[in-house]
Design a protein around this ligand. Structure first.
Ligand code: NAD
Ligand code: MG
Length: 383
């Protein structure tokens, strides 16, 4: 039986992972499931899957979790140290699906055990790509992409090497505001930004899709994951979200990955890799779809895409600063403190201010170094 753990099990990606495990309970021994404030959901998942341990990130919810798990064999734990203890438990496959830089520490701990880390938490690659790769290389762990575009690149590449690749293209739906007149964007509400035309996802990534910060993060994620230089990573707006990514070779051939917008494909691919097994994902009916459309990305509408290129050119701590400033700006937008169109200028100003700090040009070497830049950037962006 394969031992598996899911970090962020109660979220959108995590619950899709739980759904796949639930369909074949005899194949897996569930080690740890973690969540946040939704204790009822976490307890239900953990007892259904007979997990060894369920962990909430919030210390003060330990009693609630214990009560919700009463009568089951599942152990309850809470807080940051408990998350790391759970990540240190040996497992063959771990899904990293916490949202935000909060996923980095458990991800690093999990990687240090070896095994497979199925990485949905793109923030950890953006803020600490080199550290993540080095940690995995030392333990012999494998990192597999779960973000749909990166899973698509991985699959489209197959056994081809980057030498034959001219460039890769990741697609973007364009999010909630792709057709809004530019002058309306400043008045966009949180509710309006929290709807996605094609994907059902957590609120934060949905708003990041409307601002294209999600795609900006994904461009950096592609650079870090595949070791591609920035000039070879392109973004294409594709409103139908059927093509997820394309790999174009020097010989003129382009291999595209297509599929329904259902995260269970990318999660399930990573779960069964290197095999392919049947998954509960609808097959495409291209005749019913009729047509697929494409547009060039507009950097006036989506300044985050330009910022991603600047972050990749700067290197060093820029990724950690970019991610943390973006998280802070998003918090401020959700709380009603800033407008939708103020997020990108906040992030840009934070990058500009912190790029003058000593050590900015060096890759953060360890977790404290990443957290140092993360903290500086959040405080700067909040001012
Ligand atoms: P979500 O908000 O639905 O779920 C987040 C999970 O993380 C929850 O279980 C929550 O309890 C937990 N969490 C939140 N803050 C935490 C903290 N400080 N410490 C510990 N746990 C915490 O998010 P999601 O949409 O499932 O996204 C999860 C990750 O996957 C993100 O990195 C996102 O960018 C990435 N991703 C999501 C999708 C998608 O379809 N939703 C697609 C590709 C990549
Ligand atoms: Mg994606």
């Amino acid at each position: 039986m394969r031992r598996i753990s899911i970090f962020g099990a109660t979220g959108s990606v995590g619950a899709n992972g739980v759904d796949l495990i639930r369909r074949a309970p005899g194949d897996y021994h569930v080690v740890a499931l973690t969540g946040g404030r939704n204790i009822a959901r976490l307890a239900q998942m953990a007892s259904d899957l007979r997990a060894e341990i369920a962990v909430t990130a919030h210390d003060e919810l330990l009693d609630d979790l214990r009560a919700a798990l009463a009568g089951s064999d599942v152990q309850a734990a809470a807080g940051e140290a408990a998350l790391l203890e759970a990540a240190a438990r040996p497992a063959d496959w771990i899904l990293s699906a916490i949202v935000g830089a909060a996923g980095l520490a458990p991800g690093l701990t999990a990687l240090a055990q070896g095994g497979v880390l199925a990485l949905a938490n793109k923030e950890s690659l953006v803020c600490a790509g080199a550290l993540l790769r080095d940690t995995g290389a030392r333990s012999g762990a494998t990192i597999l992409p779960v973000d749909s575009e990166h899973s698509a690149i991985f699959q489209a590449l197959g056994t081809d090497t980057l030498d034959s690749v001219r460039d890769v293209t990741i697609t973007a739906s364009g999010g909630a505001f792709r057709d809004w007149p530019l002058e309306r964007l400043a008045a966009a509400t949180v509710a309006e930004a929290s709807t996605h035309p094609n994907w059902a996802m957590g609120q934060r990534i949905t708003i990041d899709s409307a601002s294209m910060f999600n795609k900006a993060m994904e461009v950096i994620e592609a650079k870090e994951f595949f070791g591609l230089d920035a000039a070879r990573i392109k973004v294409l707006v594709h409103p139908e979200s059927i093509i997820h990514a394309m790999v174009t070779h020097h010989d003129g051939g382009t291999i595209a990955h297509l599929g329904a917008p259902d995260m269970r494909h990318a999660i399930g691919y990573a779960l069964h890799w290197p095999e392919r097994r049947p998954l509960p994902v609808a097959a495409l009916d291209l005749a019913a779809l009729g047509s697929l459309t494409f547009r060039a990305p507009d950097e006036t509408r989506w300044p985050a895409l330009r910022l991603a290129r600047e972050v990749m050119a700067a290197g060093g701590a820029a990724g950690a600063v970019f991610n943390a400033a973006k998280e802070q700006a998003l918090d401020d937008f959700i709380a009603g403190r800033i407008r939708f169109t103020e997020m990108a200028p906040r992030v840009e100003a934070t990058l500009e201010a912190l790029s003058a700090e000593p050590g900015f040009a060096q890759d953060p070497q360890d977790l404290p170094a990443v957290l140092h830049w993360d903290g500086l950037a959040r405080r700067k962006a909040a001012r």
